[in-house]
Design a protein around this ligand. Structure first.
Ligand code: IMP
Length: 423
């Protein structure tokens, strides 16, 4: 099959960027299919560290096409700056293609995002990245969005941009919020449009041509399944389909071309932003995981909430994604812990279940039920094969896989490319 899909199986930050980088050794094209610069994919190569927000993680492999697909919402100014920064570090950015159907994010979306969060207040806010993701997808669904194709038509883009910006300014005025300086914002958009115009393509054609030519394609998911607009912990979700179905619509790929589904799964669980998190650890172990795992957002720098591996949530996620192979990341973060816990069922209002509840308020009420496993004392950071791992680490990985009904194929024991091995 020409197309593989890689998705996050938890609430994002599973280490997808690193895995994509490892898997791109054998592919011709990497396609982002949803989300925007709310994502922060970290890749460390040698002594260099990169954080990608919109550019696909295939950019580090010479000759690999990098597609920013139709399902994304793209901040043109942010994308221009990201591409310029990569070019300045010597990377070839000529392989990037931006979909003419991707929707554009402007300053008014970011301002609306911040305003909506403020209106929800401390107790109800989503905890968004404030990148304008929700408002941009709302415009797409409301059929008032502006798409990538307009970057190649400055006169049209200006008319559409000013029209929308004025509409948003009226809303901001009514809400008593600061309005945007439309001329100043247009100047930034204009500069980005001129820079990006040569990269705009019908990426659906590029992708399908590659499929026909027998090339190998990897779709790079952003965020995680539990943040999916349909299947996640709504309303504490992002505004796109982060699950495998999103790759078909967000890249223009027919399901019949899809082969392996890769699920990236952290050896424990994290969440950034608000929303229910049954296995969250609000104690010293949670702090230990955060510090050992460097669990601070790659996009916003926010501390991530940390907790035990949740097999209920993760098996639900593997089910809706159809995960075949697991890449388990950050195993090394558990090194030295005396005891490890895995949540295998929830108790909700006196009833025990292994099914993921749909409603966020219900999930907030669940009591996780754990099984306990012994930890290991040794460091795993130098492990380069399955046999190098301590026996208890192997047992822990096997138990994770058994519970989510998928196969462990890759293990990651640190941020570097070489700290990754196949089972
Ligand atoms: P938004 O995508 O900025 O609208 O944020 C909605 C929710 O998704 C918030 O809880 C964010 O913290 C979360 N989120 C968005 N992008 C990411 C990501 O790349 N990693 C982890 N969480 C994310």
């Amino acid at each position: 099959m020409p197309v593989d899909i890689l998705v996050g199986t938890q609430w994002g930050d599973e280490g997808k960027g690193k895995l994509i980088d490892v898997l791109t050794r054998d592919v011709d094209m990497v396609v982002r299919f949803q989300g925007g610069n709310n994502a922060g994919h970290t890749v460390e190569i040698g002594t260099e560290k990169y954080v990608l927000h919109l550019v696909p993680s295939g950019i580090f492999r010479p000759g690999v096409s990098c597609i920013i697909g139709n399902g994304l919402v793209v901040d043109p100014v942010g994308l221009m700056q990201e591409m310029q920064a990569l070019a300045a570090r010597g990377l070839d950015i000529s392989t990037i293609e931006l979909s003419n159907k991707a929707h554009l994010i402007f300053a008014y979306h970011q301002a609306a995002d911040a305003l909506e969060e403020a209106a929800l207040g401390e107790n109800h806010k989503i905890g968004t990245t404030k990148r304008g993701i929700g408002p941009a997808y709302a415009d797409k669904a409301g059929r008032t969005g502006i798409r990538g194709a307009q970057l190649q038509n400055l006169a049209n883009l200006e008319t559409l941009f000013r029209g929308q910006a004025e509409k948003y300014n009226r809303l901001f005025r009514e809400a008593g919020a600061t309005t945007l300086d439309i001329d100043a914002e247009w100047a930034k958009v204009r500069e980005a449009a001129i820079y990006l115009a040569p990269f705009v393509r019908d990426t659906v054609v590029s992708v399908n041509r590659s499929i026909k030519a027998g090339k190998k394609i990897l779709c790079e998911g952003a965020q995680g399944a539990l943040l999916d607009i349909d299947h996640g912990t709504y309303p504490f979700v992002t505004s796109s389909n982060t699950t495998t179905g999103g790759a078909c619509t967000g890249a223009g790929i027919a399901p019949k071309h899809v082969g392996t589904v890769w699920g990236v799964m952290k050896a424990y669980t994290t969440r950034v932003g608000e929303g229910p998190f049954p296995t969250e650890l609000l104690d010293a172990t949670g702090d230990e995981l955060r510090n050992a795992g460097g669990e601070f957002g790659a996009t916003t720098g926010r501390p991530r909430r940390c907790g035990w591996f949740d097999a209920v949530a993760s098996s639900y996620s593997c089910m809706i994604n159809g995960v075949d192979k697991l890449a388990i990341t950050k195993l090394d973060v558990l090194d030295g812990l005396e005891e490890l816990k895995i949540c295998t069922s929830y108790e909700i209002d006196g009833t025990v279940t292994a099914d993921m509840p749909v409603a966020a308020d219900m999930l907030a009420r669940v009591k996780p039920r754990y099984e306990s496993m012994p930890g290991w004392k040794e460091s795993t950071t130098e492990a380069r094969s399955w046999d190098d791992l301590p026996e208890n680490a192997r047992k822990y990985l096997d138990r994770m896989a058994e519970l989510v009904e998928a196969e462990v194929a890759i293990i990651s024991v640190g941020p570097k490319r070489e700290q990754t091995f196949w089972r």
